[in-house]
Design a protein around this ligand. Structure first.
Ligand code: F6P
Length: 366
């Protein structure tokens, strides 16, 4: 009998619970024992944070959002922020303790469900500590290179599209420009997919630096054709030549994360457009709504397939690998490959051509 442990790390994404369900069911079918580590590696640091997963406690979790195991962005055992007795935060390496507990508990494999950060940690455990690790790709940003798609992305795009759909009527009623900022970090997948589907006039993505004049030309063009409102979808990582990437400021995020957390470009665009297009302009940030809610059927199915494939990999001792969607099928790719670089929207891809063909301004020449 094998004993395996599963963890969910980094930002949550719709579909995490479906992966957990699938891993548990596929493992129990093989008569293995499954444990969940709460909040990333917490369960491997403190056995009280390990939870035995059974058919009963995963029943009905597939359609639910979030993760029953909890997640964290601050749980890297190789550089863990720990508060000392004086209340100061110190960074400590507790990876050896994690590995000792993993071995002592008799685990044969760790299934790490995460984005680039969590998968990097998993790879480090595999190479430096010899932990038998299997990765499952999760992120609403869809920016993992080695897989065609991550779960969570489809749900985030559906949420953003629904929001854009709703903005049309209010923008039209007031002859306004509405700017909506969506997530995606340094990739424009969410913005482009939801912007095309939601009938945006302008879509700004990190892969294409934009200029305000181009956006304003599109708005005047709308006016000439009798359309007195406009919808602009801007990815949080998009930037104009003169704006640079805009990050959240102190107070909007935890200490030490200002460098990492993007946010604010929507309002920047709105303030410029208000002046140059001389239109009433409002901005909104869709934010964490994109991470919440029940996964779409596509995400559920992908997550369930990923979970079962990860268990088959454990059965075949395929470690330091990640399960990936390649040409519609489940494949394995080395974790080292998966974390090498972020997946960007290719500039000559069909989605970019579609946007241009149907008259969407991408912020460059228009
Ligand atoms: O990577 C997922 C993501 O939602 C990004 O799109 C976003 O930039 C970031 O996480 C937000 O992180 P947090 O939940 O820490 O605010």
């Amino acid at each position: 009998m094998k004993k395996i442990v599963i963890s969910t790390g980094g930002g949550d994404a719709p579909g995490l619970n479906a992966v957990i369900y699938s891993v548990v069911k596929a493992s129990l079918a093989r008569e293995w024992e499954v444990y969940g580590s709460r909040s990333g590696y917490k369960g491997l640091l403190d056995p009280d944070e390990l939870v035995r997963l059974t058919s009963e406690n995963v029943a009905d979790i597939t359609p639910t959002g979030g993760t029953i195991l909890g997640s964290t962005n601050k749980g890297n055992p190789f550089a863990m922020p720990i508060e000392n007795l004086a209340g100061e935060i110190q960074i400590r390496d507790v990876s050896e303790r994690v590995m000792n507990n993993f071995t002592r508990m008799g685990f044969a494999c760790h299934i790490a469900v995460g984005g680039d950060g969590s998968l990097e940690i998993a790879h480090q455990f595999a190479t430096e500590k010899g932990m038998p690790v299997i990765g499952v790709p999760k992120t609403i940003d869809n920016d993992l290179e080695a897989t065609q798609m991550t779960f969570g992305f489809d749900t985030a795009v559906s949420t953003a599209t629904e929001a854009i759909d709703k903005l049309h009527s209010t923008a039209k009623s007031h002859d306004r420009v509405m700017v909506v900022e969506v997530m995606g970090r340094d990739s424009g997948w969410i913005a482009l997919s939801s912007g095309i589907s939601g009938g945006a006039d302008v879509v700004l993505i990190p892969e294409i630096p934009f200029n305000i004049e181009s956006i304003c030309r599109k708005i005047s063009d709308n006016e000439l054709h009798g359309k007195h409102y406009a919808i602009i979808v801007v990815a949080e990582g998009a930037c104009a030549h003169e704006s640079g990437k805009i990050h959240k400021t102190d107070g909007q995020c935890e200490v030490g994360r200002q460098e990492l957390l993007l946010g604010g470009i929507g309002e920047w665009v709105a303030s410029k457009v208000r002046t140059c297009a001389a239109k009433d302009t409002r901005s909104m940030v869709l934010g964490h709504l994109q991470r919440g809610g029940s996964p779409t059927t596509f995400d559920r199915l992908l997550a369930l397939r990923f979970g079962a494939a990860a268990v088959r990999m454990a059965e075949n001792n395929q470690f330091d690998q990640m399960v990936a969607l390649v040409n519609g099928e489940m494949e394995t790719v080395p974790l080292a490959e998966a974390i090498k670089q972020r997946k960007k929207v290719p500039l000559h891809s069909d989605k970019i051509m579609t946007a241009r063909d149907i008259g969407i301004c991408l912020g460059d020449d228009y």
